[in-house]
Design a protein around this ligand. Sequence first.
Ligand code: HEC
Ligand code: HEC
Ligand code: HEC
Ligand code: HEC
Length: 477
Amino acid sequence: MKKMLVLPGILLVLAVILAACGGKAAISDAPKVAAATAAPTSIPAVTGDPLRGAKLYDIWFEELVVDPPKEVNPLWADNAKAGDTAPEDSYRCAVCHGFDYKGDLGFPGISADAGKDPNTILAILKGSTNPKHDFSSLLDDQALSDLALFISKEQIDVTSIVGADGKPVNGNPIAGKTLFETNCIKCHGRDGLVINFNTDADPEYVGTIASDGTVEFLTKLRFGQPGIVKMPANVDNNWTNQQYADAIAYIQTLPQASPVTEGGRIYENWIDALGATAPTEDQPLWKTQTNNTSLSGGDTWLCSNCHGFDYKGADGVNSKGTDGFTGFPGILNARRMSTTDLTGWLDGTKNPNHDFKAYFNADEMARMVAFMQEGIIDRSAYVDANGKATGDPVHGKVLFTAICKICHGDDGKTINFAAADGGYEYVGTIATNEPFGLMHKATNGLAGTPMVAGTNLGWYPQDVADVLAWAQTLPTK
Ligand code: HEC
Ligand code: HEC
Ligand code: HEC
Ligand code: HEC
C-alpha cells in the first residue's frame, strides 16, 4: 500500500509520455469554479477545487511538484503504533488518515469531518487543534483550501465499492474490461504492463495495485494520479459505484508481472536493473580468456557482454568485435532448455564458474529463465551481412513517432547517451553500430529507466525490426 516513491526524474519522463498519450479530458489545471458553502456570515467561504484536494490528500508534493520534507513528521513520533516510515510518507495525509478515511497505523480517521464547514477543517490544517498539525509552511493557502473542500465534500463510504476482503462489491469484469479499454489502455497498455510504477527490482503495474492496494487503487480511479495531469479522474466522467466495482473486478485479473521483459532487462544489465552493487573482481570465466581486455569488474558479469544481444556469442556479432574475440558460446539453444537446466546455469550447478546466486534471488532467477525460454529469438533475418536493417522503415516511422519520439524526439537526438563521457551517441548511432542491441532494448525496455518495452505494447519482432530500419535513417551525430 505504502510504496516507496519512484525517482522524480522518472516521473518527469513519464509525464512527458502522458503529454503525448493524448488522454482525453484530463482534470483542468485551473481551479474549478468556487464552491460556495454555508459559512458563517463574517468568515468568507472557502473556495477552490475539491478534486485537486483529493490528489493533494494522496501525495501533495507530487501534485505541487515540490521536494517532500527530509525528516520524519513530528506527529509520527507521538504515535508508538506507527512503526518505521520513509520521511516523505510520514507527510502524506492518506498514509495517516487512510484511503478509506478511517485512519491507519493508529492515527485518527477523518470520516467525521465529511460535511463540516470547510473553514473548521482549514483551521485544523493550520494547527488549531494541534500545532504539530500545521501544514501552512509546506502547502500554500489555495492547496489547504482545496484539501478542506475535499474532506468536506468528496469522501465516500468505500465499503459500498470494495468489500473487507479487498474484492469489489458485485463487480462485473466483463463490463469492467470495456471501461479499462476506453479509459486506460492508451497509456497502461492492453495488459496494464506498459508503465512500471516501481523499480525494475520490484516492479508494480496497474494489476498489482488493483489487487494489493484495492482501496488506494479506487482513489486513483476516482481522482487520477497526483502530478500526472493527463491521467483521467473518473469522478469527472460521472462513474457510478457499479462502474468502479466493474473496473476493479477486471483490472484485478490483469497480470502483476512481466517476467519475460523484466528478465530481458536483467540480461542486458542486471546491475542497473536490480540496483545491485557491481562486483569489483572480474567474472571467473572472463579470466579464462586473455584476448579481450576491453572490460573489467562489473561489466564482465553482464550476460549481454559475453553472450551478445544477438544471443549468438562468438558465432554472432561478437566474432568480429574490435575489442577481441572471447570465444564464449551463444545461448540461442536456451529456448529449448528446461527450467531446471537453465536455473542450473545461473546458480553454478552446471559450472561453478558460472554462478550468479550471490546476486539473484529465486524470483529474479525465475525472470531470467522466463526471458531465456520466451524472449530469446534469432533475429538474424532482420539485419543483413553489412549490418543494414531489412525491415520496413515506413512502418517503423509510424511506430517510432507514436512511442520513441516521446522521449527521444523526431530525430532521436533529444537524449545523448554519451553525455556523461563528453561524447555523443543517439538512437541513430546505436541503430547503426549496434542493431541487435537496439532491437533487444526496444523489445524489453532499458534496465533502470522508464523506457517502454515493445513487447508490453503488443509489438511483434517484425515491428521492432521495422523501428530499427527507421532508426538507421536517423542522424548518428
Ligand atoms: C503523521 C500523520 C498525519 C498526517 C501526515 C496528517 N495528519 Fe491529519 N491528523 C493527525 C493526527 C494525529 C490528528 C489529530 C490531531 C489532534 O491532536 O487534534 C489529525 C487530525 C486531522 C483532522 C481532524 C480529524 C478529526 O478529529 O476530526 C483532519 C481533518 C486532518 N487531520 C486532515 C489532514 C490532512 C488534509 C492532511 C494532509 C495535509 C493530514 N491531516 C496529514 C495525523 C496526521
Ligand atoms: C494519459 C495516460 C494515462 C491514462 C489514460 C491512465 N493513466 Fe494511470 N498513470 C499514468 C502515469 C504516467 C502514472 C504515474 C506512473 C508513476 O507514478 O510512476 C499513472 C499511475 C497510475 C496508478 C498509480 C500507481 C501508483 O503509483 O500507485 C494507477 C493505479 C493507475 N495509473 C491506474 C490507471 C487506470 C485504472 C486508468 C484508467 C481508468 C489509468 N490509470 C489511465 C498514466 C495514465
Ligand atoms: C564472463 C562471460 C559470461 C557471463 C557474464 C555469462 N555467461 Fe553464460 N556462459 C559463459 C560461458 C563461457 C558458457 C559455457 C560454459 C560451459 O560450457 O561450461 C556459458 C553458458 C551459458 C548457458 C548454457 C548455454 C548452453 O547452450 O549450454 C546459459 C543458458 C548461459 N550461459 C546464460 C547466461 C546468463 C543468463 C547470464 C547472465 C546472468 C550469463 N550466462 C552470463 C559465459 C558467460
Ligand atoms: C519513456 C521514455 C522513453 C521511451 C518512450 C523510449 N525511450 Fe529509449 N531511452 C530512454 C532513456 C531514459 C534512455 C537512457 C538514456 C541514457 O542512458 O542517458 C534510453 C535509451 C535508449 C537507447 C540507448 C540504449 C543504450 O545502449 O544505452 C536506445 C537505442 C533507445 N533508447 C531506443 C529507443 C527506441 C527505439 C524507442 C521506441 C521503441 C525508445 N527508445 C523509447 C527513454 C525512453
